[in-house]
Design a protein. Structure first.
Length: 301
């Protein structure tokens, strides 16, 4: 079942997600978190794909939240982790990298993300988190990949074979999307000036730079909304009402698809907010994130 919340924001509501420093923690909080950086989860075409792990030491094994950074599928860094405060709520956090469009086009990026999930499941006991239940989150381009990972658990064409642990599942059990594109076909209609030019990273992602144009088949292939089915995990979406980079209709589109399928989804529309910024990762939205994850995680033993 889908619900929509409209939240007012009178502070900072625009600017790049990459400018956010809200992932910083207090010294006391950091002291209880074991950080393991630069773990190689796959090597593809000579490129090492890495992730960073942040595991609370107070309650183990703990549930896992995976963060996928934004940057137009062509830039960005896993080192900025705005959901890191969730370690203070008892969640382990993994921040993953993936191939950019200068190295490979779609579906390489979703292949990499799913390889990371398989690696995380295969190494859960070694690092002290519980990978039976995994939530995935991401912002902008990372939000798109988080959505796609959540709704394509049974889609072999989006699975890939990179990395090890082929016996492990890449399925996730909850999705948190921050202003990510959900339907590239719709974007071509409502935002053609971005969809069909290099102003948007999605043009390169879907093969436009390589081929000189986009195909409708590729737009649909990469669109999370296309894969929504009755078995999909619960979804929480945050999107600014003044977002000009990824229009609010992208989040409305997948929220409506969830509603049509009778699934659990909530769209939080942040009034006066643009594309990214610190606002999305502070109160009251951090509390909404916490409540969503706590509500859907398995009850601690």
């Amino acid at each position: 079942m889908c619900s929509v919340a409209l939240a007012d924001e009178r502070g900072e509501g625009s600017g790049s997600q990459r400018d956010s420093d809200s992932g910083k923690q207090s010294a006391a909080a950091k002291a209880t978190v074991q950080e393991t950086a630069d773990l190689v989860y796959a090597e593809i075409d000579g490129q090492q794909l890495k992730l960073d792990l942040y595991v609370p030491q107070t309650q183990r094994p703990c549930p896992l939240l995976v963060w996928i950074h934004g940057g137009g599928w062509r830039a960005g860094s896993r080192k900025r982790v705005p959901v890191l405060p969730m370690t203070e709520q008892g969640f382990a956090v993994a921040s993953i990298s993936y191939r950019f469009t200068d190295k490979a086009v779609f579906p390489a990026q979703i292949y990499d993300c799913k390889a990371a999930i398989r690696w995380l499941r295969g190494n859960a006991k070694a690092y002290g988190y519980d990978a039976d239940w995994i939530a995935v989150s991401g912002g902008s381009a990372g939000g798109h990949l988080a959505l796609l990972m959540g709704v394509s658990g049974e889609v072999n064409a989006l699975e890939g074979t990179g990395g090890g642990f082929a016996d492990q599942s890449s399925a996730v059990q909850a999705i948190v999307d921050y202003f990510g594109p959900s339907d590239f076909v719709l974007r071509g209609r409502t935002q053609p000036e971005r969809a069909y030019t290099q102003e948007s990273g999605s043009f390169a992602l879907l093969g436009g730079v390589r081929d000189g144009k986009l195909s409708g088949v590729m737009e649909k292939f990469a669109s999370p909304t296309h894969y929504v089915s009755a078995e999909d995990p619960p979804l929480l979406i945050f999107h600014g009402t003044e977002d000009k980079v990824v229009l609010h209709d992208q989040s409305e589109r997948i929220a409506n698809a969830y509603a049509a399928a009778g699934l659990d989804a909530k769209l939080v529309s942040v009034k006066k907010a643009g594309h990214g910024g610190k606002v999305f990762f502070r109160e009251p939205y951090l509390e909404m994130l916490t409540d969503f994850l706590q509500r859907h995680r398995p009850a601690p033993e």
